[in-house]
Design a protein around this ligand. Structure first.
Ligand SMILES: Nc1ncnc2c1ncn2[C@@H]1O[C@H](COP(=O)(O)OP(=O)(O)OP(=O)(O)O)[C@@H](O)[C@H]1O
Ligand SMILES: [Mg+2]
Length: 507
């Protein structure tokens, strides 16, 4: 039964070719088994791989497909299982005599004697599975050494291929998981046009905006001055279904008390002296759109019940009018004051507070979301550089001072600061001394500015020294340039630098 050498080489060559042809192990192993049985006339050939402690047939020839489906063996059970466990090859020369060793679906219908050969599929000592074949043979004198040697070569080829596919697959799985995780992260990342905020607290705000925008729910925006309440109010309006209708702003704090009512509800002709024609109020103007009631905490006690009625009934009368006007408006209110405290102090009606507080959105102060400062700075730099035709950047030292600052005016203060810097900065890099004094001298531990006198030069000489340092700093310590800016000669600046003991990096 020894295999013809040239056929052996051809078989090996063909098998190695198919194993290398694809990373789909189920396909390549089936092809390999086909080549093996076609070329070498095997009655049965089976490749079973270990998966979770079980041997599973992945490619076979000569056995019932039903048996293939059912073909799962525990490692250690049956002959294949034993080979898978020990990693030792086995030969069963006579099926008839060794029946008890066979796995049930490896019977061979043959009048000739049949030998079973089992070779473990091993990669670097790791047992991956078993290659088993059944061959007929003529006499008991036959030796199986040649066959075993040949099958071991094939098993080694198979093992490399299996291992490669496994590692590619697990890498692929890892990448897929990573990809899923990234997709999830992206999904979680809420974006609003021209609104910056990667901090967790701003992401929560954005998520709430996404949820609430398509509804008609009343929203109450709570936050210190300059935190972006109006910006968010507009985003809610423009992301909703009413975006084609008006967004009407009404600042409860900015309009004189006597005018509040007529501004909000309008008036009829002749309602009061000077009412020469009838006029629509903000609620009417906002019909089918959104009314933004800014600084609602400043609403007078006398006007509060009237607003409450509109919120409840969506109806009102113009001043001096009889007709009840119905409106369809979405209400967004904003406050920088603590409404609950105002309710406690009986300065704000509790029922109105509950009417407004349907969906509260809290806008955190800038100092509580330092991670947004860098991105906001970039955003505003970009905006103002474009507007003013400049290309100003901010030195890392200046950024770190900005990160420590308290920002009582929040994003508005940052926006104004950047605009000022872009316009005023003498060169293209904002150095710490270009920053506003209160920012430079801010002490994070006391949350206060250091007394101005501490850093303010007190004598004329100190003033001169400081000015020279500033100009040198702004001109990269090139004396000639600095001298030009200061209107003195290079020799004079050299003299002063020496006199005041000015050195780069020491101020
Ligand atoms: N997250 C942000 N991204 C970009 N710009 C912002 C952001 N937050 C606020 N701004 C800008 O800061 C300025 C102040 O924002 P806004 O007027 O919305 O604040 P506010 O809370 O209504 O303040 P106030 O209570 O003083 O009226 C605006 O110019 C706005 O465009
Ligand atoms: Mg505002």
């Amino acid at each position: 039964m020894t295999i013809n050498k040239s056929l052996e080489f051809t078989t090996l060559y063909e098998i190695s070719k198919v194993l290398g042809s694809s990373l789909n192990i189920n396909v390549t192993l089936k092809l390999a088994i086909k080549i093996l049985t076609d070329y070498l006339d095997m009655k049965i050939a089976v490749i079973a791989l270990i998966e979770d402690g079980e041997l599973i047939i992945v490619a076979s020839h000569g056995i019932d497909p039903e048996d293939v489906k059912a073909g799962r063996y525990k490692v250690g059970e049956g002959i294949m299982g034993k080979v898978a466990k020990t990693g030792c090859s086995m030969v069963i020369p006579d099926e008839v005599e060794e029946t008890s060793f066979f796995n049930k679906n490896m019977k061979v219908n043959s009048t000739q004697k049949v030998a079973f050969l089992y070779v473990p599929i091993v990669f670097k000592k790791e047992i991956l599975g078993v290659l088993s074949v059944a061959r007929t043979y003529d006499s008991m004198q036959s030796t199986f050494d040649e066959d075993m040697r040949f099958l071991k070569i094939i098993s080694s080829l198979v093992s490399q291929s299996v291992k490669l596919c496994h590692s590619v697959e697990s890498e692929k799985k890892l990448l897929m998981e990573e990809c899923d995780a990234l997709k999830m992260a992206l999904k979680r990342k809420y974006k609003l046009n021209n609104i910056v905020g990667r901090s967790g607290s701003m992401q929560e705000v954005f998520e709430a905006v996404h949820r609430v925008a398509p509804t008609k729910a009343t929203v109450l925006l709570i936050g210190e001055s300059g935190t972006g309440k109006e910006l968010i109010a507009r985003a809610i309006h423009y992301m909703g279904t009413r975006s084609d209708c008006p967004f009407v702003k009404f600042n409860c704090a900015a309009i004189p008390e006597g005018l509040l009512e007529t501004e909000l509800f309008g008036h009829e002709k002749g309602a009061f002296t000077g009412a020469t024609s009838s006029r629509k109020g903000r609620f009417e103007l906002a019909h089918e759109g959104t009314i933004f009631l800014d600084e609602i905490g400043d609403l007078t006690m006398s006007l509060q019940p009237k607003i409450l009625r509109v919120l409840q009934e969506r109806e009102f009368e113009r001043i001096g009018g009889e007709k009840t006007i119905k409106v369809d408006v979405r209400v967004i209110a904003a406050t920088s004051r603590n409404l609950e405290a105002l309710v406690e102090e009986s300065k704000f009606r509790e029922d109105l507070y509950y009417r407004l507080n349907v969906v509260p959105i809290y806008l955190p102060p800038l100092r509580e979301r330092q991670e947004d400062i860098v991105e906001l700075t970039e955003f505003f730099l970009n905006k103002f550089n474009n507007e003013h035709g400049r290309s100003v950047t901010i030195a890392p030292k200046s950024i770190s001072l900005m990160m420590k600052y308290y920002w009582p005016g929040n994003v508005r203060e940052l926006e104004n600061t950047i605009e000022r810097l872009v316009i005023m900065c003498p060169d293209n890099v904002v150095k710490p001394h270009d920053l506003p004094t209160n920012m430079r001298n801010f002490n994070p531990t006391t949350m206060k500015n250091e007394p101005y006198t501490k850093t303010r030069p007190v004598t004329l000489e100190q003033t001169e020294r400081q000015r020279i340092i500033e100009v040198l700093e702004a001109n990269n310590w090139v004396h000639a340039k600095a001298a030009q800016v200061l209107g003195i000669t290079a020799r004079q600046i050299g003299y002063k630098v020496k006199k005041y003991g000015i050195r780069k990096g020491v101020s």
